[in-house]
Design a protein around this ligand. Structure first.
Ligand code: NOJ
Ligand code: CA
Length: 544
C-alpha cells in the first residue's frame, strides 16, 4: 500500500497550558510551542495535535469555547497562530487542532443570546426543555462531571442541558443553523491551513429526540463517579450523528482528498469496539481515525493484549485504518500505570503496532501523575467530585525541559528555576523529580526512555513494515507478546516481555538469521536454535 500522510504519521499531543511559557505568566503559549518545534522534529514526531487554544473563560481549561475563530490572549494571537503554523509546515510537520462542537462556553455570544429570551432566534441553538411535572429537571441525565446535566434558568423558566459543566451548554446539533455555523468554523481553520481536527466528544453530539430517562447502570460503584450511575443509552451515540460526521468529512475532503494536502479527522469516542467502528462511516465516509483508547486501560498481560489487538484488527472495516493511544490529558499517565520498566515496553508496543500512534506530551520522559496539593487543585472534575482520583491536574503538569540553575547549562536563564518551562511559578506544580526527569538530562542519557523513543521513531521511519506493514500475532508463552510485521520483502518480529523474568520465544522460520534492530534494554541478542531469549522487561525488534 502507499500510505497517506496520516497513516504513516506519529501524533504528539500538546496540552498548550503546560508545554512552554514565553511571557512569564506561568502558562504555556503558542510562541512556546514554536520555540520547541526543533525538539519535536528531532525526536521524530510529525504531527502535532494541540488541545484547545480558543478564547475561553477556562472553566474547563479551553474545552469551554467562547469564540471558535480566534485565539485566547493567554495563548497568543491569530498572528501568533499563523506564525506557528508556518513554522510547523516549514519543517514538514502537520498541525491538528482540537474542535469542540458538542458544547460552547456559557459566555459564547450564541448562548448569551439563546438564554436572553424564549423567543430569541438563537433559543433553539442550545437544548432547552420545560421542567418535569414536579418542577424538577426534564429527565434523569447526569453530567459527566457529576450531578444533574440540567441547569435551571429562572428568568426564562426552562432548563438547559450540559453534558459537562453548567458553563458548557450543549449545542443543539439537530438545528440546521447550528450545523452550518459550525461547518463554517471548520472551514475557517482549514482556510488558514490546519491539517486536521481532533473532534471532542463526538459521540455525545446528538441526543435522543424525545429525551427519555437513561437506564440505571447495574455495575455502578460510587468510586466510579456519579456519571456512571446511569448508562448513557439515550444521551450519546445516536444514529443521527453519522450524517453529521459524514458532512464534516465531506468538508475535509473538499480541501484535499489525496497527498500532502489531505485533511484528517480524528474523533474522541469512548465506546466499545463494535460501536466505535461505525464512526469510520458506512456508505459515506466519516472519520479517518476514531480514537482507539483501549491500550490506556488494557490488562497488562500478553494473552489479554493479544486478544484485544486481534479483536480490534478483525473489527476494522475494509478501509478502516487502525490507531493506538497510550495516554491523553484526561487519563492517568502510562508511567503511573505501568511503572518504569514496563513503560519502555509500552513505548515499543505503541510504535510497532499497525496504525497511527498518538503520544501524549511528557510520556516520552516517563512523567507520572503528579500529586497536587488540595489548595492547588485546578481541574473542575476534581473540584466537583473530590478524592475519587478522577481529577486530571496530575497529568497536565508542565513539561520539564532543563535540569535547573545548578544542573545542566541553562539556555533559558532564570526559567530553569522552573525546569525551563517558565520564569514564573507554573500554573500547576512540576513533577518533583524534574531535576533528573527532564529533556536536557534525558537526551544525553543513552539508557533513558527519551532516547528509547528517539531510537524507536528512527527505526519506525526506516522500516515501513512498522508503520504500514501487515500484522500477524505469533504464538508465544504466557508473558510474551510477539508479532510479525511485513511490508514487501521487509520482515520484522517484535517481541515484548511483559514480565520481570527472562522468557523464551520460538522465532518464525526465516531464510536469513534474525538480527537485532532495537532492544529496550540491551545491545545484544541471544538466539539459540531459533529460540530468542528475552531478558526481564525487555522488548526487541528483529529483522530477518
Ligand atoms: C473531552 C475532553 O478531552 C475533556 O478534557 C473535556 O473536559 C471534555 N471533553 C469536555 O469538553
Ligand atoms: Ca504564557
Amino acid at each position: 500500500m502507499i500510505a497517506r500522510w496520516w497513516q504513516a504519521a506519529v501524533i504528539y499531543q500538546i496540552y498548550p497550558r503546560s508545554f512552554q511559557d514565553t511571557n512569564g505568566d506561568g502558562i504555556g503559549d503558542l510562541a512556546g510551542i514554536a520555540q520547541r518545534l526543533d525538539y519535536l522534529a528531532d525526536l521524530g514526531m510529525d504531527t502535532i495535535w494541540i488541545s484547545p487554544i480558543y478564547p475561553s473563560p477556562m472553566a474547563d481549561f479551553g474545552y469551554d469555547v467562547a469564540d471558535y475563530c480566534n485565539v485566547d490572549p493567554r495563548f497568543g494571537t491569530l498572528a501568533d497562530f499563523d506564525d506557528l503554523l508556518a513554522q510547523i509546515h516549514a519543517r514538514g510537520l502537520k498541525l491538528v487542532l482540537d474542535f469542540v462542537p458538542n458544547h460552547s462556553s456559557d459566555h459564547h455570544p450564541w448562548f448569551v443570546e439563546s438564554r436572553s429570551s424564549r423567543d430569541h432566534p438563537r433559543r433553539d441553538w442550545y437544548i432547552w426543555r420545560d421542567p418535569a411535572p414536579d418542577g424538577g429537571p426534564p429527565n434523569n441525565w447526569i453530567s459527566d462531571f457529576g450531578g444533574s446535566a440540567w441547569e435551571w434558568d429562572e428568568p426564562t423558566g426552562q432548563y438547559y442541558y450540559h453534558a459537562f459543566l453548567k458553563e458548557q451548554p450543549d449545542l443543539n446539533w439537530r438545528n440546521p443553523a447550528v450545523q452550518l455555523a459550525m461547518y463554517e468554523v471548520i472551514r475557517f481553520w482549514f482556510d488558514r491551513g490546519v491539517d486536521g481536527f481532533r473532534i471532542d466528544v463526538l459521540w455525545h453530539m446528538v441526543k435522543a429526540a424525545d429525551f427519555p430517562d437513561n437506564p440505571l447502570n447495574p455495575a455502578y460503584r460510587p468510586e466510579m463517579g456519579d456519571m456512571h450511575r446511569l448508562l448513557q443509552l439515550h444521551s450519546t451515540d445516536q444514529p443521527e450523528i453519522h450524517a453529521i460526521a459524514a458532512e464534516m468529512r465531506a468538508i475535509a475532503d473538499e480541501y484535499g482528498t489525496r497527498g500532502e494536502g489531505e485533511r484528517v479527522l480524528i474523533g474522541e469516542i469512548y465506546l466499545p469496539v463494535d460501536r466505535l467502528m461505525s464512526y469510520y462511516g458506512g456508505e459515506r465516509r466519516e472519520l479517518h481515525l476514531p480514537f482507539n483508547f483501549q491500550l490506556i486501560d488494557a490488562p497488562w498481560q500478553a494473552p489479554a493484549l493479544a486478544r484485544l489487538i486481534a479483536d480490534y484488527e478483525a473489527a476494522l472495516p475494509p478501509d478502516g485504518w487502525p490507531n493506538w493511544v497510550l495516554g491523553n490529558h484526561d487519563r492517568p499517565r502510562i508511567a503511573s500505570k505501568r511503572g518504569e520498566a514496563q513503560s519502555r515496553i509500552a513505548a515499543m508496543l505503541l510504535l510497532t503496532l499497525r496504525g497511527t500512534p498518538t503520544l501524549y506530551y511528557g510520556d516520552e520522559l516517563g512523567l507520572s501523575d503528579v500529586q497536587i496539593p488540595p489548595a492547588q487543585v485546578q481541574d473542575p472534575r476534581e473540584l466537583r467530585e473530590p478524592g475519587l482520583g478522577l481529577g486530571r491536574d496530575p497529568v497536565r503538569t508542565p513539561m520539564p525541559w532543563e535540569a535547573g540553575v545548578n544542573g545542566e547549562a541553562s539556555v533559558h536563564g532564570e526559567a530553569s528555576a522552573n525546569a525551563g518551562f517558565s520564569t514564573a511559578s507554573p500554573w500547576l506544580p512540576l513533577n518533583a523529580d524534574w531535576p533528573v526527569r527532564n529533556v536536557a538530562v534525558m537526551a544525553e542519557d543513552p539508557a533513558s526512555l527519551l532516547t528509547l523513543y528517539r531510537r524507536l521513531l528512527t527505526v519506525r521511519r526506516a522500516h515501513p513494515a512498522l508503520a504500514i506493514g501487515d500484522f500477524m500475532l505469533l504464538d508465544s508463552e504466557e508473558d510474551v507478546l510477539a508479532y510479525e510485521r511485513r511490508h514487501g520483502a521487509q520482515r520484522l518480529v517484535v517481541a515484548l516481555n511483559l514480565s520481570g523474568q527472562s522468557q523464551r520465544l520460538e522465532l518464525p522460520e526465516s531464510p536469513s538469521d534474525w538480527r537485532l534492530l532495537l532492544s529496550t534494554s540491551a545491545e545484544s541478542l541471544v538466539i539459540e536454535n531459533n529460540v530468542l531469549l528475552l531478558r526481564g522487561d525487555e522488548g526487541v525488534i528483529l529483522a530477518a
